[in-house]
Design a protein around this ligand. Structure first.
Ligand SMILES: Nc1ncnc2c1ncn2[C@@H]1O[C@H](COP(=O)(O)OP(=O)(O)OP(=O)(O)O)[C@@H](O)[C@H]1O
Ligand SMILES: [Mg+2]
Length: 220
């Protein structure tokens, strides 16, 4: 069981008031599953993804990754798990504008202390797998939105994570580029990756293998 959440609550305190972003959420995601999380804006999807992705901790409850209780770990241990096990894809691509596609993909490999020559080899092969070998030296500005998202996917998979977390990966794309991104995610899942994909698009949700619907911080 790579991902397990038990009675997670996340309460944000802003000024004097509280926002209950997640309210007793429990879920289990198995090895190799493709799970789609759907919900309206503000329902708690990104909050859930941030907790699963070790970017944030719940206010109460527990979250396990490969049996390890994330709430019991230090920040350092959490970032270690994050860089080893998880690949992130975001709606806004989050590429570094001053770096080429290749350098963007190499970056997480540098964090994992992979030697330079090896980094280049892995990054080129990741770019090839998203059909962008011919754009390796382009900067993000010199790429279309769909291409930028494919660079982000290459970056997410370069370090061979077991889990891919994609938060609205098609949110900034036209429907055709969006469909290409979904195809790539499906292909990664067929190759064995666990994929958690967030969307607010009901059409996309309809095609889900397994759907988790979240509303007002609760799974419904
Ligand atoms: N850092 C924060 N501080 C305070 N409140 C927050 C914070 N992050 C999120 N929230 C609140 O928590 C709730 C859930 O937010 P979240 O970002 O998880 O929603 P979402 O489902 O991802 O929405 P969207 O589809 O718009 O991305 C919202 O009401 C939001 O205003
Ligand atoms: Mg969100």
């Amino acid at each position: 069981m790579p991902i397990k959440a038990v009675d997670i609550q996340k309460i944000y305190k802003v000024g004097g008031s509280e926002v209950r972003a997640l309210d007793n959420v429990s879920l289990e995601i198995c090895d190799g599953e493709y799970v789609t999380v759907v919900g309206t804006s503000g329902s708690g999807k990104s909050t859930l993804m941030n907790i699963i992705g070790c970017l944030d901790l719940p206010t109460s409850g527990s979250c396990f990754l490969d049996g390890e209780n994330l709430c019991a770990l230090s920040d350092r241990a959490l970032s270690e798990i994050r860089s080893r096990k998880i690949g992130f894809i975001f709606q806004s691509f989050n590429l570094i504008s001053g770096l080429t596609a290749l350098e963007n993909v190499e970056l997480p490999l540098a964090y994992r202390k992979i030697p330079k020559s090896k980094r280049r080899e892995i990054a080129l092969s990741a770019l090839e797998s998203v059909k962008l070998s011919d754009r390796a030296l382009h900067r993000p500005m010199e790429l279309s939105g769909g291409q930028q998202q494919r660079v982000a996917i290459a970056r997410a998979i370069a370090a061979s994570p077991e889990i891919i977390l994609a938060d609205e990966p098609c949110g900034n794309l036209d429907s055709r580029s969006g469909a290409e991104i979904l195809d790539i995610l499906e292909e990664l899942n067929r190759k064995g990756k666990t994929v958690v994909m967030i969307t607010h698009n009901e059409q996309t949700a309809k095609q889900a293998q397994r759907l988790i619907r979240i509303s007002d911080g609760k799974i419904v």
